[in-house]
Design a protein. Structure first.
Length: 246
C-alpha cells in the first residue's frame, strides 16, 4: 500500500511540473508584490493611483462627500462590508485572493485594485513570463500569447473594469448583478463610465498606472485593446527591469 501511495504521489508531482500539469491547475491570486518584482516601474506608478488606495476609501471619514451623495454613512467603516469590499480588493474570496481571514502580511498586497484585477490571477502565467523572457534572451524566440491566456492571463480589460464601474441597477452592461454599486450616473454624471477615456488617464491621482516599454516576447492573438497605441508613447522602465508583457 505504501509503495502505491508513493508512486501516485511521485506521478502527481511529475505531472504538475509539466506544462500540461500547470494548465490543469487553477491559477490563484498572489498580490502586487510578486508582479512588482519584475514590473517595478508600473508598480510604483500604480501605488500613486486611485486604484492603489481604493481600500482606504471604505474607511470612516474617507470620501465623505461622495458617500453622502450615494446615501452612504460617511462615518461607517465599510472595510468588512461584502457589498463594497469586492470592488476595492484583489480577488475577493477567490483562490489566493483577499478575504477577511487572510493574514495581514499577505492582505497588504491584496487590498486595493491591484494588478491581477485587470490582468488575471498570476500564479501560473507569471512563471511563464519568466521562462518566455529567458527564452527570448537566448534565442530571440517569441512565445504565443495564447500560452499565457491558457494559464490565466486576462486581456479583456474592459470587462474587468465594467464588473465594478458598470455594475449598477439599470446598467446597459449585460453582466450587472447584485450587489450593485451605489455610485451610478444618476447619483453624479462623473460616474458614467467610459472605458476608452478612463484607461488613457494615467499617473498620480488617476485610475491607471503609467505605461512602460515592453520587450514583446509574446506574439499572436489575442492582441490587447489599445496596446499598440500605448506602447508608442510608453516610457522606458527603470534600468535592469525585466519588462516582458502586460
Amino acid at each position: 500500500m505504501k509503495k502505491t501511495v508513493l508512486a501516485v504521489t511521485f506521478a502527481l508531482a511529475a505531472f504538475l511540473s509539466t506544462d500540461a500539469g500547470l494548465a490543469a491547475r487553477k491559477p490563484s491570486y498572489e498580490g502586487y508584490k510578486k508582479c512588482g518584482g519584475c514590473h517595478k516601474s508600473q508598480k510604483d506608478s500604480w501605488l500613486k493611483t486611485s486604484h492603489g488606495d481604493a481600500f482606504d476609501m471604505l474607511k470612516p471619514k474617507e470620501k465623505a462627500k461622495e458617500k453622502k451623495k450615494a446615501k452612504l454613512d460617511p462615518d461607517k467603516d465599510y472595510t468588512s462590508d461584502e457589498k463594497c469590499v469586492g470592488c476595492h480588493t484583489t480577488g475577493y474570496k477567490r483562490l489566493g485572493g483577499y478575504s477577511e481571514s487572510v493574514p495581514e502580511n499577505k492582505a497588504q498586497y491584496l487590498i486595493n485594485v491591484g494588478c491581477e484585477v485587470c490582468h488575471g490571477p498570476g500564479s501560473l502565467y507569471r512563471k511563464e513570463h519568466s521562462k518566455a523572457g529567458n527564452r527570448y534572451k537566448k534565442t530571440n524566440e517569441k512565445t504565443p500569447r495564447q500560452d499565457i491566456v491558457d494559464l490565466g492571463q486576462d486581456y479583456d480589460y474592459e470587462e474587468a473594469c465594467n464588473s465594478c464601474h458598470m455594475n449598477y441597477k439599470g446598467s446597459p452592461w449585460k453582466g450587472a448583478k447584485e450587489p450593485y454599486t451605489p455610485f451610478t450616473p444618476e447619483v453624479d454624471p462623473e460616474y458614467k463610465f467610459n472605458f476608452d477615456k478612463a484607461v488613457r488617464e494615467t499617473g498620480k491621482g488617476k485610475a491607471m498606472h503609467e505605461h512602460f516599454k515592453l520587450r514583446n516576447v509574446f506574439e499572436g492573438e489575442p492582441v490587447p485593446k489599445l496596446r499598440d497605441e500605448f506602447q508608442k508613447k510608453a516610457k522606458e522602465p527603470a534600468p535592469a527591469e525585466e519588462e516582458t508583457e502586460e
